[in-house]
Design a protein around this ligand. Sequence first.
Ligand code: ADP
Ligand code: MG
Length: 245
Amino acid sequence: MITITNLSKNFSDGDRHSIVLDAINLSVERGEILAVVGPSGAGKSTLARCINLLGRPSSGSIVVDGVELTGLRAAELRVARRSIGTIFQASHMLSRRTAAENIALPLEYMGVVREERDARVLELLERVGLAQHAHRYPHQLSGGQRQRVGIARALALRPSVLLADEATSGLDPDNVESVIALLRELRQDLGLTILMITHDMQMVRKIADRVARLSHGRIIESGPLLDLLVDPESQLGNLLLPSPS
Ligand code: ADP
Ligand code: MG
């Protein structure tokens, strides 16, 4: 579903150049959940932004659902963007709009007619367990509920890929659990492919099929979760094991 080949990203600032992603190779099968882990500054968000087309790679190729994303023109980009939903750390909701109105935003941008939009929003609210809170404003929702609104909004255009960049940081453990359960359910029911960026190893253990570790812009280790966990030589495997307390 996602194939990334030799992806590099450089930033230039005057005469300072930095290589933020250095020849990344990664692939994620349809319906698979890949966790990308790594220290702050490793390039994880930059990778996510290349995949969701908010940032342009310097070189290399990204193919999502058979479409090569690098080199698309503006009109094609708009279409390709629909197949990729993104949820962020603190999902930003517009404060003067209710949960339902926030979820409706992408549908409004796409010009979906009122009736169809309302039906779709209701379906999304139900899917994330917020049907009772449709008309609440952001300040009337908990952090976990706001994150569910963010997830519903990311799903509005029926993407085949969901990118989650630190989607559970800042949430309390109960809300982290409920977001994990929801992501699992989405994979199960919708066959979504999920690329999840996180530093929460417990979350990785609970949900990932495959894990990649990014450091200084390079993938330094990757593999199926179960293989990593049983391989005593695997650094990632060791990181994933619960620390003795
Ligand atoms: P992570 O999400 O793993 O913490 P990021 O992808 O946000 O890391 O950042 C990786 C590196 O790229 C950091 O050193 C950051 O300063 C740099 N970087 C990110 N975006 C830009 C930008 N727009 N211009 C210059 N440098 C950037
Ligand atoms: Mg980041």
